[in-house]
Design a protein around this ligand. Structure first.
Ligand code: GDG
Length: 461
């Protein structure tokens, strides 16, 4: 059997002494590495004055990780720059926020080149190579340039944007051509896959035959492979003592009111401002509901080195303060806005206590919070998921969730009212249809679907 070489920006392989839960992706990839053998390679998260290619190997809980340190300039140009200020906004359709700087593009190429040079000697002839996400688009090509004939797959965790948006980026065509170094590319949904194919065919001149794209002498297969959560683990997390205590604490502090919960990294793609405005519209439209509900928004800060993230933090604080100022009473505050993260079992308890899960990104590759909310519910008395139609998760959960357009405050207001008034039977039926999907297409299913497809690919001559 082939070994698996996973390459991602950061490595979240288990560490010695760690007994807290890892995230779903880390669990799935660790399980795959344990089963197939192999290595997880990426940036350590540490800096070094001058890049030396020194690899730190670690083996814990049956998984080998190999990490390298990067220079401060690498981190500035590759990570904070091209990945988070160019690609992330562009791929989330925010060309107004995307910054096109040659310095960023150069740093991105340099770090990908450093990754390729460092990881190349670790790859044996029969290994499967699996590259993760937008930080590493050109890595496959750079490995091919170094004689790597292995099967190489790529999975994109974020959307692929429509070609008219992508083409605003000066390096769009180059980036697109390097994607043909891969044998297989996975996307969460048909929509992201179609955008890629449309771009490849119309802008690069590729030919499509079934699910195979051809450009010159290179072929790449495209597939949808929606990521799931570690459902069994999350259902169990919702039953732990910590989760039960949290559930109790939330119910006590709600004093009979309905909890609406949002949990998101603080990121403009998650639609937090629009969510607050939709909730405000609901409060304005339905004075009789005001003291019957409250919104708990958990938003741990992320990417604080990037200006647009500092701005959104400030503007959300202002908006939450404004709404609370306008509507709060001495015994009720409409929004509890929290800028810290919580352990996974605490989150599970909060989800379970919430009558509504409000997941309204403006654009999201998948969105795992939606699935975690579903997994944490009590089957006898489940809450309602209000889900953005622009999240990848809507393709799988669309029948059970109440879908909304997150740009419309009116639609959000209507959806909140509908969810609050939804009869138990309807809630149960909707939840069951979502839970069936969350159980069937979990993260282990996702990993197997991708690696099984990659193994089928012919080896490059
Ligand atoms: C990218 C894509 C795609 C959040 N707050 C806390 C916490 N979280 C956890 C959630 C969830 C994860 O972070 C967030 O996952 P999402 O999928 O919602 O979003 P991104 O971080 O943007 O992920 C996304 C994903 O990759 C996988 O392909 O679904 O579309 O953007 O698991 O629970 N975890 C803890 N405390 C918190 O306060 N412990």
């Amino acid at each position: 059997m082939s070994r698996l070489i996973v390459i991602s920006n950061r490595v979240s392989a288990p560490r010695d002494g760690q007994n807290g839960a890892q995230g779903g992706l880390a669990v799935a990839l660790s399980a795959a590495l344990r089963e197939m053998g192999g290595i997880w390679f990426g940036w350590s998260g540490e800096t070094t004055d001058s890049f030396n290619g020194h690899i730190h190997f670690q083996r814990a809980q049956g998984v080998t990780s190999a990490t390298v340190d990067l220079e401060p300039q690498d981190i500035e140009e590759y990570y904070n720059g091209y990945a988070n200020r160019t690609l992330w906004p562009l791929f989330h359709y925010r060309i107004d926020l995307a910054e096109y700087e040659r310095g960023f593009a150069g740093g991105y190429q340099r770090v990908n080149d450093r990754f390729a040079e460092t990881v190349r000697p670790l790859i044996d002839k029969s290994d499967l190579v699996w590259v993760q996400d937008y930080h590493l688009f050109p890595l496959g090509q750079m490995l091919r340039d170094r004689g790597c004939t292995n099967r190489i797959g790529f999975f994109l965790h974020i959307p692929w944007p429509p070609r008219r948006l992508l083409n605003t980026m000066p390096e769009a065509a180059d980036l697109g051509r390097t994607m043909f170094a891969y044998d297989l590319i996975g996307f969460h949904t048909e929509e992201w896959l179609d955008s890629f194919v449309d771009f490849a065919v119309r802008d690069l001149g590729a030919k499509l035959d079934g699910d195979l794209l051809t450009l010159g002498d290179r072929h790449v297969r495209v597939m949808t492979c929606p990521i799931g959560i570690d459902t069994r683990e999350f259902v169990a997390a919702a039953q732990t003592t910590n989760a039960r205590l949290t559930y109790r604490r939330m119910k006590d502090s709600a004093v009979g009111r309905d909890l609406i919960v949002g949990v998101d990294r603080l990121d403009y793609s998650k639609g937090l401002e629009e969510r607050f405005l939709g909730y405000e519209r609901f409060l304005a439209d339905h004075p009789e509901e005001r003291k019957e509900v409250f919104l708990l928004q958990i938003a741990p800060p992320s990417r604080g080195a990037v200006e647009s993230y500092r701005k959104i933090r400030a503007s959300l604080e202002g908006l939450a303060g404004h709404i609370n100022g306008a509507y709060a009473d001495m015994d009720w505050v409409p929004i509890r806005y929290v800028n810290q993260g919580y352990p996974r079992d605490v989150l599970a308890g909060i989800y379970r206590a919430a009558r509504i899960g409000l997941v309204t990104p403006l654009r999201d590759g998948m969105n795992l919070v939606a699935k975690e909310y579903v997994a944490a519910q009590n089957a006898d008395d489940p809450g309602v998921l209000i889900l953005s139609r622009f999240a990848g998760a809507a393709a799988q959960l669309g029948e059970g969730a109440v879908l909304v357009n997150p740009f419309s405050a009116d639609e959000m207001s209507d959806a909140l009212l509908r969810a609050l008034r939804m009869p138990l039977e309807e809630r149960q039926a909707r939840w069951r249809s979502m839970m069936d999907n969350v159980e069937r297409e979990d993260v282990l299913w996702w990993r197997k679907r991708f690696t099984d497809a990659l193994v089928q690919e012919p080896v490059v001559a």
